[in-house]
Design a protein around this ligand. Structure first.
Ligand SMILES: Nc1ncnc2c1ncn2[C@@H]1O[C@H](COP(=O)(O)OP(=O)(O)OP(=O)(O)O)[C@@H](O)[C@H]1O
Ligand SMILES: [Mg+2]
Length: 389
């Protein structure tokens, strides 16, 4: 997982050392630096943590350890889940105990040594992974990827978002398809702002700002739309997406990404944060061939069977023209996680009415999506109730 660090020290050499070490550490960066250790330091750090909730705080207490403890105490009050690393020369046992009681997470002796610093970063990363796994602090991210255009990726992402929202999970759908972001259109949502506006305001991003940028579906989930202007989508980078993804996971139960087709750095930044990656394909030959390439690329990037789940869309039992399910399984080295029936009319009617098919009582496709949702603890209870009527 990406390591982000907020560094506070009056010593330039301290900052230089940390910078030098982090440059050599993959996926690690300093997100904010403070040299002024004055009384409003806790407030400035709280502001940083609002933008980078996963960041660890490295606090140099060498010049005044008592003042350091006061800063720690105040930071802990405003950000109870903060991970704080205190660093000082000759930290006494008594000091360490008091710091631990106030919520210090780790300690670094000065002068700083490379190996000890790296060990502290490893502990920070392990802490983040633990938090992520326990799901205490972070929501879950699910990314949908189509192996080609037109596989049904947006339809799947939109319906999964609808199921999650119906279970009262705070849900945001992120449209990463910079070529033809369809999510808002499929939901009949007008939007003025997009992902590009989040990037433009990343420094001051907070929940209120996000609420002003997203479009809101009547089912209760938010949609962070893709930019409509090509030039603006070009300026969105991998690091932006990591930061935005982290921000969203921290504040929602579920983050759903309608992924672009190319396995580009933008998307890879998102996959790092994703609990599941749904690869959507149909049984057409070119789609199965592309799926083979995708699975290979994902495996090389470190994503194996646990995270990557195949969704076969538009399955038709009577179809002899396409790759059969057993053939598909043999070619791709594993069974599909889910198979959705070919129901073009149902899918199109849902688009025309700008309502996800899971909200339509008696449809095969809606039923299939609800069964899919059950695997993740979301079955869209309202929709199920409608169906019984
Ligand atoms: N299970 C299904 N059966 C039949 N048609 C479907 C099914 N799912 C989606 N479709 C239809 O397939 C078309 C493409 O769907 P969708 O836009 O969701 O795909 P996509 O992969 O996001 O496409 P794009 O590459 O344009 O982003 C739409 O017309 C949709 O209604
Ligand atoms: Mg799409």
């Amino acid at each position: 997982m990406a390591i982000q660090l907020i560094v506070a020290s009056p010593e330039l050499r301290f900052h230089d050392f940390v910078r030098e070490q982090l440059v050599r550490t993959p996926n690690a960066e300093i997100v904010s630096e403070h040299e002024d250790m004055g009384p409003n330091l806790p407030m400035r750090i709280a502001h940083d943590l609002n933008i980078y909730p996963q960041a660890g705080v490295l606090l140099d207490v060498s010049s005044d350890s008592e003042q350091g403890l006061r800063v720690l105490e105040q930071m802990r009050q405003s950000s109870p889940s903060m991970y704080a690393i205190l660093s000082g020369a000759q930290l006494s046992e008594e000091f360490l105990l008091r710091a631990m009681r106030m919520g210090g997470s780790d300690f670094l002796q000065q002068p700083l040594k490379r190996a000890e610093f790296n060990d502290a970063m490893t502990r920070l990363e392990e802490h983040l992974q633990r938090m992520h796994r326990q799901g205490r602090q972070f929501g879950r991210m699910y990314t949908f990827l189509g192996v080609k255009g037109g596989m049904g990726t947006t339809t799947a992402a939109v319906n999964f978002a609808a199921l999650c929202a119906r279970e009262n999970k705070s849900t945001v759908l992120v449209d990463l398809d910079m070529d033809s972001g369809d999510a808002a259109c499929y939901l009949g949502l007008r939007h003025q702002y997009s992902l590009a506006d989040v990037v433009d305001n990343l420094d001051q991003l907070d929940q209120a700002m996000l609420d002003g940028i997203v479009a809101r579906d009547p089912l209760g989930f938010s949609v962070l739309c893709a930019p409509t202007e090509f030039e603006r989508s070009q300026m969105i980078g991998e690091q932006h997406l990591r930061e935005i993804g982290t921000f969203l996971i921290e504040r929602h139960d579920v983050v759903i990404v309608d992924g672009s087709r190319a396995l580009d750095p933008l998307l890879l930044g998102c996959l790092e944060l994703s609990d599941s990656i749904f690869v959507v394909l149909t049984q057409e030959f070119p789609a199965v061939r592309n799926a083979q390439h995708y699975l290979g690329a994902l495996a090389r990037a470190g994503y194996g069977h646990e995270a990557v789940k195949l969704i076969v869309n538009r399955h038709d039992k009577r179809d002899n023209l396409h790759v059969s399910l057993p053939q598909l399984q043999q070619t791709l080295g594993g069974a599909p996680f889910w198979v959705l029936p070919n129901r073009y009319e149902e899918a199109m009617e849902a688009i025309h009415e700008a309502r996800p098919v899971v909200t339509r009582g008696n449809t095969d496709l809606g039923r299939a999506y609800r069964e899919f949702g059950k695997k993740f603890g979301v079955e869209g209870q309202v929709a199920a109730a409608l169906q019984k009527k």
